[in-house]
Write a protein of this length. Structure first.
Length: 255
């Protein structure tokens, strides 16, 4: 897909590709509502919108929001692009599919950067500052039987994400994996990763993983949720119901 990728906006990389491939295997189309969090150029949102889904994209970066709007227009897609923090701009809304490629790279800083290109990848010392929030908040934006597709590195705790998603009441499993050589950012931190035991000495590659998590409707609540109909498993896999909060909003909306 040809995209405008100005400096400061995350240009699609291996993690984007893996998530796009996984999205392509999902049963998404007209009538479905899709949310792409951390949208960057909007590439995943555009892929969903092209299949006819009613699509919303969120990013905290003003440059990314402008870029995603532009890219959607270039591709003739209707995407609602909203500026804000993760699920906050869409609090109260529910989506059939949520995609997210968040910042997940371990960094020698306790907090996420407030600005700059690093905001697209740095996520605290264990790389989990955004991942943990997403795992807690995901159920609050998923419709019954809604699916979350989350991509991350093996360096930032795949088991921790699966465990956190299950704690949130979702059924979670690994849906896709891909081994990738370190890019420039990862390579520049290789020594620090080694010192922290995140990679064995000399290893300069990581595994990227897409986690698929499903908000299943429990047997008791099912009748209420579907008015007595049969459960319809979406897409290719499945996995439970849940709470989750991430409220209040800072939005700057446009079409
Ligand atoms: C790794 S990039 C992914 C971009 C795009 N989805 C892709 O796959 O190519 C992460 C994106 O998350 C955005 N971001 C960082 N923190 C955020 C937050 N708290 N809420 C929403 N977006 C955030 C960054 O601005 C960046 O565009």
């Amino acid at each position: 897909m040809r995209l405008i990728t100005p400096p400061g906006v995350y240009a699609p990389q291996g993690d984007t590709e893996l998530l796009l491939d996984t999205l392509a295997r999902e049963d998404v189309g007209p009538g479905d509502k899709v949310l792409d969090m951390c949208t960057g150029t909007g590439v995943l949102a555009i892929a969903a919108a092209r299949r006819g889904a009613e699509t919303t994209a969120v990013d905290i970066s003003g440059a990314a929001v402008t870029t995603a709007r532009l890219n959607a227009r270039v591709h003739g897609c209707r995407v609602r692009v909203v500026r804000g923090d993760l699920t906050r701009p869409v609090a109260g809304e529910r989506f059939d599919l949520v995609t997210v490629n968040p910042p997940y790279v371990p960094a020698d800083a306790p907090d996420v950067p407030a600005r700059g290109p690093e905001r697209a990848w740095d996520a605290g010392r264990d790389g989990r500052l955004l991942l943990d929030r997403i795992c807690r908040a995901a159920p609050s934006v998923l419709a019954p039987e809604g699916v979350l597709l989350l991509v991350q590195s093996s360096l930032s705790g795949v088991d921790a994400s699966i465990e956190a998603l299950r704690k949130s009441g979702l059924r979670a499993r690994v849906a896709a994996r891909s081994d990738q050589p370190f890019g420039p950012v990862m390579a520049s931190r290789a020594g620090w990763f080694e010192a922290r035991g995140l990679v064995p000495p000399g290893v300069r590659h990581e595994e990227l993983v897409v986690i698929r998590a499903v908000r299943e409707v429990s047997a008791e609540r099912f009748g209420e949720a579907t008015r007595g109909g049969e459960p319809a498993e979406r897409g290719t896999g499945a996995d439970g119901p849940a709470p989750g909060t991430d409220t209040a909003a800072q939005t700057e909306e446009a079409a």
